[in-house]
Design a protein around this ligand. Structure first.
Ligand SMILES: [Zn+2]
Length: 72
């Protein structure tokens, strides 16, 4: 089993808000940060941040695609 999934190469995660963005993006569309990492795991897709328990747990307020865990 590999630790790095395919998805983790397709996206980078914003260190501040965990949003997953394409590697060519320079700024995070959610929080405007330009600090990203490729060291992340797990994808959380939030469709409705007010109804999602996971979104509350991770403090996500904007619907989108987020990394469950940042770092190795
Ligand atoms: Zn962000």
């Amino acid at each position: 089993m590999s630790k790095v999934s395919k998805a983790s190469k397709t996206f980078k995660a914003c260190i501040k808000c965990r949003a997953l963005v394409k590697p060519e993006e320079e700024k995070c569309p959610i929080c405007g940060s330009n600090e990203f990492t490729f060291e992340w795991s797990g994808i959380v897709i939030v469709l409705d941040s007010e109804k999602s328990e996971v979104a509350k747990m991770l403090n996500i307020k904007t619907p989108g695609r987020y990394a469950l865990k940042i770092g190795v």
